[in-house]
Design a protein around this ligand. Structure first.
Ligand code: GLC
Length: 712
């Protein structure tokens, strides 16, 4: 049969075809030769239609197969209409993205959707036609070509699991025709749906309860996991496999670099299961991967599987399909565990979960993100929670309560999304700025809270820009989009509060990035600096070995990366307090006194045994230290209130000074109206920990709490 494949592909076909056939026959034991011949026809036609310029890109990428593991990639995701109006205008926004350091752009669903409600474009009517409101296929091709000339890459959604009810396949069935009758799951009565429902969860219980929809025109129950107008495709039919292969390769031939495979856990249904994450769903992706490697090898697969930690990694090939499934996956585990860590100022669940996860295949990588267009689901497994002495259900309830602001001292202002009536658990909607405390600090007009919220912003992004994977900044986060309530005025969106965090890009607000002192300027600079610093830091390449270091301190998330001779250490303090750790807790190579923080490029000096980290501090430490500056005098203010006759002393805490040295005790002096001060000699970059004491003659009147100071 292989001889039917275009001769230009024959060599490669010998490499892939028999593996493909094996997996295809396992998926479809009753398939006929005709089915394979149809697939070959799709391959040949698609290959002929692939432009030479794309074949050139394919060739280059086949020579540098791990091109996407480079630390140079920084991603964003956006809706073209909300960001730029249309595809032509999108070109004018590329300089802004470049300024931010972004070179991987995920354009959210842009194919022809159904009219009216369309789940943000995830109800596709025609996979081969760009939504006319955004432009046409030529506009998309022109944008891609332009981006390629600037070394930017583009991802688009391939909504594999379902089509809109208005898609021609579904319409043909509704007209009573036979041609596509097996393309969807249909049942003449409730017998089978009821049996399936016994073990099926609901994805949108609030506005789309149940998993089946009655279609009166044909007197059938159609499988609709998501909304009633999104019909699940029946992948147990080889014809569906081939039809969707054709659509996939058509999109690949437009020139996109990454296909984001939407909702992949749902692709295969099996009675008695929750119909998610079935082995066959992974095998389907493996089968498609063989074929895309044949026709369009430059194109990557990104899986959208927002499921439990051990399931997410299967779509990257972990557990038997190493290097054969998707190259990229959304790191929902890191995302939701980071939010959890921030809420409880404790990293124990985060680091335990991450350190227990089997590593992903070396050829695959993550999209690391903290927000996207969807809700945050608390993918915290009961087992992982139990391993750190927590109850999974209660932990998930806590997360929701915290991020809706219903928890004492919460800084967040999110909203519940899809409350599960059986257990009260829910997911969360809301923009980054609202969840992180920026919004609340604005409303309450509290400058100090704003400063803390900005630290949290830097903390979370500092982590996702460090960890293995491609960091993704959700469009508008870099200027602090708040929750937006415009969606309530739109009948098609009103019921779905995910639109809270899907506003139109506020370009006026974006202009403020250029005004020093504005929040927009601070946030934008945090992101653009992280982008620049990441690109310059070779040790952040996807090939680096990554190890989560389990420290005694629960508030510090510590990860080491090693690439050949280079090492880098992430230290992220998720607490609102100063934290210190003993150097001895770190691997030997981190016992030195001088480090450079690769985010700020500042030198940090830790001459004693103790490393200090400020509230929400995030650092990428390396041993690349330049010349150590000389020490000079710093004037440090003491917060002591005194009455006449009392005097104040500055006392350095023993732990902060070098072994063998005595702690300093310095008399403070009074500066009119400004209070008590101490003059201390420090080297720029040095941290000290101190307290003050108030004396009356020889009597100790008061001893302060510990303070921390860094000479900068
Ligand atoms: C994915 C999308 C989400 C959509 C769902 C159904 O999860 O990210 O927005 O609602 O698929 O298509």
């Amino acid at each position: 049969m292989i001889e039917k494949i275009n001769p230009a592909l024959r060599n490669k076909a010998t490499e892939y075809w028999s593996d493909f056939q094996y997996i295809f026959r396992t998926l479809y034991p009753n398939s006929e030769e005709r089915d394979l011949l149809d697939i070959i026809e799709t391959i040949n036609t698609s290959y002929l239609n692939r432009k030479d310029s794309l074949k050139e890109i394919d060739k280059k990428r086949e020579l540098a197969t791990d091109w996407y593991l480079d630390q140079k990639w920084v991603a964003t995701m956006l809706y073209v209409d909300l960001y730029a109006g249309n595809l032509k205008e999108m070109e004018n926004r590329l300089p802004y993205l470049r300024e931010l350091g972004v070179n991987y752009v995920h354009l959210m669903p842009l194919l022809e959707p159904r009219e009216g409600q369309a789940d943000g474009g995830y109800a596709v009517k025609n996979f081969r036609k760009v939504n006319t409101k955004l432009g046409d296929n030529e506009d998309l091709i022109a944008l891609i070509d332009k981006m390629h000339t600037e070394d930017q890459i583009i991802a688009i959604d391939f909504v594999m699991n379902h089509t809109a009810k208005e898609h021609e396949w579904a319409q043909s069935i509704l007209k009573g025709e036979n041609r596509f009758k097996d393309f969807y799951y249909m049942f003449p009565d409730r017998t089978m749906p009821d049996q399936f429902e016994r073990t099926l969860p609901e994805v949108f219980p609030d506005f789309a309860p149940g998993n089946f929809t009655y279609q009166k025109e044909i007197n059938q129950w159609v499988w609709t996991t998501f909304n009633d107008y999104q019909w699940d495709l029946n992948y147990s039919e080889p014809k569906v496999f081939n039809a969707m292969l054709g659509e996939m390769l058509f999109l690949a031939n437009l020139g996109v670099d990454v296909l984001r495979l939407d909702a992949v856990p749902f692709l295969w249904k099996k009675m008695g299961t929750n119909c998610q994450n079935q082995e066959e769903a992974v095998m389907l992706l493996v089968a498609y991967k063989y074929l895309i490697q044949l026709v369009a090898p430059g194109v990557l697969f990104k899986s959208e599987a927002i499921v439990a930690p051990n399931d997410i990694i299967r779509y990257l090939g972990a557990g038997g399909y190493e290097g054969k499934a998707c190259e990229i996956g959304y790191n929902a585990t890191l995302m939701n565990h980071l939010w959890h860590a921030l809420a409880c100022e404790n990293t124990i669940l985060l680091r335990t979960t991450l350190s227990k996860l089997p590593s992903i295949p070396p050829s695959s990588t993550w999209i690391n993100y903290i927000r996207c267009h969807d809700d945050i689901g608390w993918g915290i497994s009961d087992q992982n929670a139990a391993d750190v002495g927590q109850n999974g259900h209660e932990t998930r309830l806590f997360c929701s309560a915290f991020y809706t602001g219903d928890w004492p001292n919460s800084f967040a202002q999110g909203y519940s999304f899809q409350i599960d009536s059986s257990n009260g658990e829910s997911r969360i909607s809301g923009s980054t700025a609202a969840l992180i405390g920026i919004q609340k600090s604005f409303i309450e007009n509290k400058k100090e809270d704003l400063a803390l919220a900005i630290h949290r912003f830097k903390l979370l992004h500092g982590i996702i820009f460090f960890m293995k994977g491609i960091p993704l900044v959700y469009a508008g986060d870099e200027i602090g989009h708040l929750n937006n309530f415009d969606y309530l005025k739109d009948g098609e969106k009103r019921e779905d509060n995910r639109w809270l965090h899907r506003p139109a890009m506020d370009w006026e607000k974006a202009l403020l990035r250029k005004e020093a002192g504005t929040v927009e300027n601070t946030l934008f600079n945090i992101i653009s600096n992280l982008s620049n610093r990441r690109k310059e830091t070779h040790c952040l390449h996807g090939n680096a070995k990554e190890t989560v270091i389990l420290l005694e301190s629960n508030t510090i998330f510590c990860v080491e990366k090693t690439l050949k001779e280079e090492n880098i250490l992430l230290i992220a303090n998720v607490s609102s307090d100063f934290q210190m750790i003993s150097k001895k807790a770190l691997p030997e190579k981190w016992q030195g006194n001088y480090f450079r923080d690769e985010i700020s490029l500042e030198t940090h000096i830790y001459e004693g045994d103790t490393l200090f980290f400020p509230p929400y501090g995030v650092f990428w430490l390396t041993e690349k230290v330049g010349e150590i500056p000389h020490s000079k005098g710093y004037r440090i203010k003491m917060e002591a209130q005194t009455i006449p006759g009392e005097s104040v002393y500055f006392i350095e805490n023993v732990s902060s000074v070098s072994i063998g040295e005595k702690p300093r005790k310095i008399s403070c002096y009074w500066v009119d109206d400004l209070g008590w001060h101490a003059d201390v000699n420090l080297v720029q970059g040095e941290w000290i920990s101190y307290h003050w004491v108030k004396m009356y003659g020889n009597n100790l009147i008061e001893k302060s709490k510990d303070y921390y100071y860094r000479a900068i």
